[in-house]
Design a protein around this ligand. Sequence first.
Ligand SMILES: Nc1ncnc2c1ncn2[C@@H]1O[C@H](COP(=O)(O)OP(=O)(O)OP(=O)(O)O)[C@@H](O)[C@H]1O
Length: 272
Amino acid sequence: MTGTESPTHRGTPVIEVRDLCNRFGDHVVHEDLDLDLFRGEILGVVGGSGTGKSVLLRSIVGLNKPVSGHIRVFGQDLTSLSAAERSETEQRFGVLFQAGALFTSLNLQENIAVPLIEHAGLPRSQAEELARMKLALTGLPPAAALNYPAELSGGMVKRASLARALALDPEVLFLDEPTAGLDPIGAAGFDRLLVTLRDALGLTVFLVTHDLDTLYSTCDRVAVLSQRKVLVADTLDRVTATDDEWIQDYFHGPRGRAASYAARARAETTEE
Ligand SMILES: Nc1ncnc2c1ncn2[C@@H]1O[C@H](COP(=O)(O)OP(=O)(O)OP(=O)(O)O)[C@@H](O)[C@H]1O
């Protein structure tokens, strides 16, 4: 890795990716990619379209088998685990995919009860009670528990999907573009919720996003994927100062500047 880790995040990483290679046919997506995720941080993962952000996420959560490399999770190499150990480890992860992936034929409390019944073995009534608590945690009103996904706004679907990702009390939360498709107010609300939940539940968060406002308002560190590797993984100040064309265009273009001004204005309002 060319970037130095933030001094605020020393200690053993909960996830260590080393020399990761991913290839589809002739198309090399990652080559000797390194990345650390430290306990309690929100790490934003950015990069141009097709740089392999989602493939990286899927490799870590076990949905994509890398060509080579090591992924250590909670100190254990994923490839050395038996299927049972792997499944146990993966239950310490919560994943929110871009499409949300709720079952359309189930209402929200039934949706969130599914992992509680299947993986935690809870009886249905208890699972649905717990599901209602998870929905409340994400700021949804109690009545929403009986709604079907099609009856909800995009922002509510995202919150419900987050409630499902939190169903099994994960230690690490993986989010793939959680604010995509939300209006700016809905997106800002989701960002605040994410920080509140991280603080309240002690979560570690791996967040793939294109949303500059989300990066500025939620992330402790940002990892930039470029040229098949993590070009830099550090605090926003250090990342934005990195001498790289894509980074300079992304963070110092009109949208990047607007997000940076908005973040500064928010910080000043909080200080007053
Ligand atoms: N299962 C697959 N089979 C073949 N190619 C794949 C597969 N999954 C991903 N790819 C390719 O790998 C590359 C990286 O995909 P990925 O979805 O990780 O990009 P991304 O950085 O998340 O992009 P975006 O920001 O547009 O979502 C893309 O070129 C994609 O087409």
